[in-house]
Design a protein around this ligand. Structure first.
Ligand SMILES: *Cc1c(COP(=O)(O)O)cnc(C)c1O
Length: 397
């Protein structure tokens, strides 16, 4: 069996993106080195012309360093394994990957429907850049009925994120894909939560998947990176051309770190998911808890969709607590093992006091005066995390 033919992603992730054997020595490094270069030299003009011809056909032929050499190609191959994609394109951050997806699909005077639960900075992209390019956006809850009511003759794309940021609202990607394709729209989705390992939107009918490799892929809070994946040849050509024209490029060292992170993605994801479940069980027993937002939690409103479409979970969860803002602030400030900070998907636990204004615009949120706190549960012992949460609840009271 070829190493990459296994039906198990865990196996394929260990064997994708490896270095080729040296034809003279018959040896190869187990870990592909970071191949840093700003340009490429050719043995003769014929070799250069072969590369240029390949590039013109849309192949991954390298004539210059911006495209990236073997380390980049290996990372792209691994992203394709994760997402079930034909091609992957790298960007220097997750937000950079989002802009690549938007610019690949949209032109001036187009309209895009955006899920109201999408990553907050998408609204900033809209306000600062898309609006100036005369690209119109409409935000709404990403259900077929809500979206249908907001279709326009110039609607080109449906941009969603599942589960959504902050409250982890599960979306029905197959239904959204059917809706999008019925109306000739491209369905692009932010799959940072699933990172291809526990959720594969391209398999569920999405046209474009975007992943912030900064989170679970890198996994060690030491890297910024994004990727855009697709299957369809015409769409790939548009992403390919846009990626090249806009000069998206990442360093070989960052590609190397992402490859290193991906090898242990299965283990880290499973462990943070198991730890998060323990924290959910603890929170469910606390008198302060009103509602837990974590799709793998049986009481989550999206649990049935999660069971149908996901192969696992991760360390992300939010909790609505019967605490006023001063008490919630005391709670967060009293935590010793949770870093107060944004981002997630690394080795460590993090906490964020969710700004009420940032979820007011989510149709999924049922407005209340309760505090919402988002956690990333890391790889610490859940016993220690629970002890830390317990003492913080005492200080908040
Ligand atoms: C963090 C994040 C991004 C952006 O990634 P960066 O690498 O920080 O730019 C995009 N989408 C989601 C869901 C995220 O959590």
């Amino acid at each position: 069996m070829a190493n990459n033919a296994s039906k198990h992603l865990d196996t394929r992730l260990q064997h994708a993106g490896t270095a080729a054997f040296d034809p003279t020595t018959g040896a190869a490094p187990v870990a592909l080195p970071a191949m840093r270069t700003s340009t490429v030299r050719f043995q003769n003009l014929a070799a250069l012309e072969r590369a240029q011809a390949g590039k013109a056909r849309g192949e991954r032929a390298v004539t210059y360093g911006r495209v990236g050499m073997d380390t980049h190609a290996a990372l792209e191959e691994m992203f394709c394994e994760l997402e079930g994609a034909e091609r992957a394109y790298l960007a220097s951050s997750g937000l950079g990957a989002i802009t690549l997806a938007f610019f690949s699909v949209l032109k001036s005077k187009d309209h895009v429907l955006v899920a109201d639960c999408a990553y907050g900075p998408v609204r900033y992209l809209d306000k600062t850049v898309l609006s100036r390019m005369d690209i119109e956006t409409t935000y709404c809850r990403a259900t077929v009925a809500e979206l249908e009511a907001r279709l326009q003759p110039n609607t080109r794309m449906l941009y969603v994120e599942s589960p959504g940021s902050l409250l982890f609202e599960m979306l029905d990607i197959p239904a959204l894909a059917e809706f999008a394709h019925k109306h000739g729209l491209i369905l692009a989705t932010d799959n940072t939560w699933g990172s291809g390992y526990i959720y594969r939107p391209l398999d569920l009918g999405a046209d474009i998947s975007v992943v912030a490799g900064t989170k679970y892929v890198g996994g060690h809070s030491d890297l910024m990176l994004g990727a855009v994946m697709a299957k369809d040849a015409a769409l790939i050509k548009r992403i390919n051309d846009t990626h090249y024209a806009m000069g998206y490029s990442i360093s070989a060292d960052d590609a190397w770190l992402a490859i290193r992170g991906m090898r242990t993605l299965p283990l880290r994801m499973r462990q943070t998911a198991a730890n998060a479940m323990e924290i959910c069980r603890f929170l469910a027993k606390r008198p302060e808890t009103v509602r837990i937002y974590h799709p793998a939690w049986p009481d989550d409103a999206g649990h049935a969709l999660w069971r149908r479409d996901c192969a696992g979970s991760n360390g992300m969860l939010s909790v609505e607590l019967r605490l006023d803002q001063p008490a919630a602030r005391r709670f967060v400030d009293s935590l010793a093992l949770f870093g107060i900070g944004f981002s997630w998907g690394g080795f460590e636990s993090l906490v964020q006091l969710v700004d009420p204004a940032s979820i007011q615009c989510h149709g999924y949120w049922q407005p209340s005066s309760h505090a919402v706190i988002r956690f990333h549960i890391g790889l610490e012992s859940p016993d220690d995390l629970i002890a830390d949460l317990t003492q913080a609840f005492e200080k908040a009271a």
